[in-house]
Ligand binder design. Sequence first.
Ligand code: NAD
Ligand code: DAU
Length: 337
Amino acid sequence: KDEVASLLVTGGAGFIGSNFVRYLARVNPQAKVVVLDKMTYAANPHNLDGLSRKPIVIRGDICDSSLVEQIVEQHHINGIIHFAAESHNDNSIRDAAPFIHTNIYGTYVLLEAARRHDLRFHHVSTDEVFGDTSVGDVTRFDESSPYRPSSPYSATKAASDHLVRAWWRTYGTRVTITNSSNNYGPFQHVEKFIPRQITNILTGHRPKLYGQGEDVRDWLSVEDDCRAIWNVYRRGRLGQTYLVGADNRLSNLAVVQMILAMMNRPLDEVEFVRDRPGADRRYAIDASKIRRELGWKPLQADFAKSLEATIEWYKRHESWWMPAKQTTELRYRQEGH
Ligand code: NAD
Ligand code: DAU
């Protein structure tokens, strides 16, 4: 079966999904790409502007099983690459309901479509399902790490991973999963850490650090993640999970100071704000399996260089992020962040 001829990309108008559709347009331009996206606050239809071969974009909910069925049949879909999710931890702490609905029920709906039509199914997941490496004696997560999610968001992603594995084991649905670390790059919503700090500086505000800024994240360029996802989709072993990370572990304070230096601001121009309840202190990924089995490695491993490019992107795309900035900051202010 040709698994790359007609692809359904859920959440393709969000951050990683739109970068992935752009990446596909380069590496697999002959494929038909259908994007199914609910166009929540996190989406931006302009994320897919400027592509010479335009994807078919359908505004709709992955939880709508008759819509999913209709799309699969009408477009002769061969495979699903599933990005759609509620993705922001702070939002999940405020209201978990849409996370439970979209991330768990929505994944079930797509798995059922994959089962009925024998579609290849790739699930885009997160290292957050493993919880916090600062608990116990964990140094890095690998594919055998126990699931220990901390937030409502990560608990729903963990649940969705379990569903995917159950569909493989019970029905033989042809699935793979990637669990990747924190992505950064163009088209990332201003609620997320790096875009928030860059756009704070661009609007004359200080970067905001939760707690003491000591949490550690393992930063991965979105381009490297998209390449990993595509590799796993085409060549990964069915039923398997692959962890994706680039060994770029830095404290939030260190990242903010890099951004301040790159934007010619004093290094102490930061504000410490209320921490996230239940916050994970540290994530770290051991990506040996995807490196060994699929030969994947990060090509944008120079974090400083890619961060500088990301800053430049936000400087040049003010009209893209400005409409969301005010509402995002208002919400953060109300919660002491
Ligand atoms: P995002 O919030 O930027 O985009 C999510 C997209 O999903 C949006 O376009 C939104 O409109 C769409 N969506 C939400 N609910 C939907 C629904 N019910 N039906 C259809 N579409 C819906 O998220 P992102 O950062 O691009 O993350 C994409 C995926 O990657 C998520 O599954 C996330 O858990 C996972 N992930 C993210 C990161 C990261 O660092 N951002 C790291 C690892 C894994
Ligand atoms: O690890 C992968 C995960 O990375 C993905 O699954 C999530 O979808 C994605 O949102 C991201 O989750 P985090 O919670 O790690 O990312 P966030 O950008 O929200 O925060 C990163 C760190 O920065 C975290 O320690 C909280 C802190 N932070 C965040 C914001 C928004 C700040 O210090 N200041 C801020 O303003």
